[in-house]
Design a protein around this ligand. Structure first.
Ligand SMILES: [Zn+2]
Length: 232
């Protein structure tokens, strides 16, 4: 392919799985043995806020104990050394891209280490628990929720993502099932704008047919190899 000048990279659960972080599984609808309807919807939060807060307290703890793997490190290297336009859109709520050193990262499903105050709308970095309804650092109200996009809520920064997809030459999808919209539709958006599409995944996904090329294998092997080609 011609050397691209403008890339959009979508990352999903497969890239963090190798750092030991499990996520929602589409096959059985379970996330760490919880039904998604019980922990990852606005209705669940209204019904049983304590269960939801405990669930994300646990996610926060696990994320802080995890380390970036060679796939995160390779993308951070690409971000540092690639002088074209680049946007890493992640569906993951962990901070492993940032901890590996990547800067051009957009969290479309929010971040576990961020809280959102429903009283004053402020967002704060948060590494502790929320189960005892601590006060918001800005307004003092005990109205903090995880800054996560739950099922049934609108993902963040869709305008910015679609603008980037409309002008990208290369769309790369890493470790995502191709089953959850709107992210599953990004490849069609990029293709209709004329981009080449590459998929790096452990196994063929529901969306594989849309890609010009699919490379199968662990992200920790496939991503460093691909980044090496791009920076050669
Ligand atoms: Zn507040």
């Amino acid at each position: 392919m011609d050397r691209p000048t403008n890339m959009v990279i979508l990352t999903g659960a497969g890239i963090s799985a190798e750092s030991g972080l499990r996520t929602f599984r589409a096959e059985d609808g379970l996330w760490e043995d919880h039904r998604v309807e019980d922990v990852a919807t606005p209705q669940a939060f209204r019904r049983d806020p304590e269960l939801v807060q405990r669930f994300y307290d646990e996610r926060r703890k696990n994320i802080m104990a995890a380390e970036p793997n060679p796939a995160h490190e390779a993308l951070a290297r690409l971000d540092r050394e690639w002088d074209g336009e680049l946007l890493i859109v992640t569906q993951n709520i962990d901070d492993l891209h940032e901890r590996a050193g990547a800067r051009r990262v957009l969290h479309m499903h929010g971040e576990a280490l961020s809280v959102w105050c429903l009283a004053c709308d402020a967002r704060h970095r948060w590494t502790g628990t929320l189960r005892d309804a601590p006060g918001c650092p800005a307004c003092g109200e005990g109205a903090l929720r995880p800054d996560i996009v739950w099922f049934g809520e609108m993902p963040y920064e869709m305008d910015r993502i679609f603008a980037a997809l409309a002008r990208t030459d290369l769309f790369v999808s890493i470790g995502t099932s191709g089953a959850v919209y709107p992210a599953a539709g990004f490849v069609q958006q990029a293709k209709s704008a004329g981009a080449i599409a590459l998929e790096l995944n452990l196994e063929r996904s529901q969306g594989s047919a849309w890609f010009d090329e699919t490379r199968l294998g662990p992200a920790s092997e496939q991503v460093p190899a691909w980044v090496g080609e791009m920076l050669r």
